[in-house]
Design a protein around this ligand. Structure first.
Ligand SMILES: Nc1nc2c(ncn2[C@@H]2O[C@H](COP(=O)(O)OP(=O)(O)O)[C@@H](O)[C@H]2O)c(=O)[nH]1
Ligand SMILES: [Mg+2]
Length: 269
């Protein structure tokens, strides 16, 4: 199937070339789209140079940095308009191993036609390397919190290494995506789950970035936390309303039955 690997970048001049080489080596049939938010360090120009030399590499330039979510959504629109059938998400910083990408792509093309394949750190066989206990706890704790509120039954809902079926993305209302930062991954997982999509997780090894700096900030983290709590409350609210509705229907049926019984008793007297 025709696959596109979307790589969002902001100041990844040190690592982008390695990521592109890796994808081209391990998944040579796939195309790559670098979505650069006008990185001051010249990442966009590097991507342009690579695109000029390789017809499998493309670049989408955006005028300002406004988060991972909008960058990916712009990449998805480009991919859907260009007729790709599988759309991957991958980081530029060396955290996602290209050899794992090849496995995710293979899994996406298996007969059960998954809507979303997630490269997971937290399924059996998955791992992180170079992470301290605090970062592990943050990721694991975050996923426990997400599952407690949203019941997605996905072990790594925040993972940013994934493959979507294009036909699935077309069915979703991507205009509903609210998260700009890392909550984007959870937001997308929830959209696919709510649409009844089949989500599978494959073990990957996530490596700490090779160079450069993480864009993860306290603000991005609190956005994710606030959104998950909001979605969870909305879901609970819906469940409570459904429960109240069925209790009301049950009470009405009981009353109706009791009235019927009384009428029968009067008639038989
Ligand atoms: N285009 C774009 N890319 C971004 C933005 N924020 C992060 N990225 C990219 O998203 C990927 C993951 O970000 P990173 O900082 O490595 O997150 P971490 O792995 O959680 O620390 C990297 O390729 C970043 O360059 C953004 O606002 N715009
Ligand atoms: Mg990273």
């Amino acid at each position: 199937m025709k696959a596109l690997v979307v790589i969002p970048t902001y100041n990844e001049i040190e690592t982008l070339a390695g990521a592109l080489d890796g994808v081209r080596r391990e998944a040579p049939a796939a195309h790559v789209l670098v979505v650069d938010d006008d990185s001051p360090d010249g990442t966009g120009a590097l991507a342009d140079a690579r695109a000029q030399a390789d017809d499998h590499i493309h670049v989408l330039h955006r005028s300002e940095k406004n988060g991972l979510g909008p960058a990916y959504l712009a990449g998805f629109s480009w991919a859907l308009a260009s007729g790709y059938e599988l759309i991957c998400e991958m980081d530029a910083d060396g955290s996602h191993r290209p050899e794992d990408l090849a496995l995710l792509l293979q899994r996406a093309q298996m007969a059960d036609e998954p809507d979303l394949v997630i490269g997971s750190r937290w399924v059996c066989g998955g791992a992180t390397s170079g992470w301290d206990a605090k970062r592990v706890a943050l990721s694991r704790g975050g996923n426990l919190y997400i599952n407690a509120w949203l019941g997605l039954r996905v072990k790594d809902a925040t993972a940013g290494f994934r493959v979507y079926r294009a036909s699935t993305l077309r069915r979703l209302n991507l205009g509903e995506v609210e998260a700009l930062g890392y909550g984007f991954q959870v937001n997308m997982t929830k959209l696919v789950a709510d649409a009844g999509g089949r989500i599978v997780e494959m073990p990957i090894t996530f490596r700490e970035r090779e160079a450069g700096r993480s864009k993860l900030s306290g603000g991005i983290f609190s956005e994710e936390l606030a959104l998950v709590t909001k979605w969870g409350l909305a879901k609970r609210g819906g469940q409570l309303a459904a429960l109240a509705g069925s209790a009301r229907d049950g009470a009405r049926n009981m009353l109706r039955r009791a009235r019927g019984n009384r009428r029968d008793q009067k008639r038989s007297r």
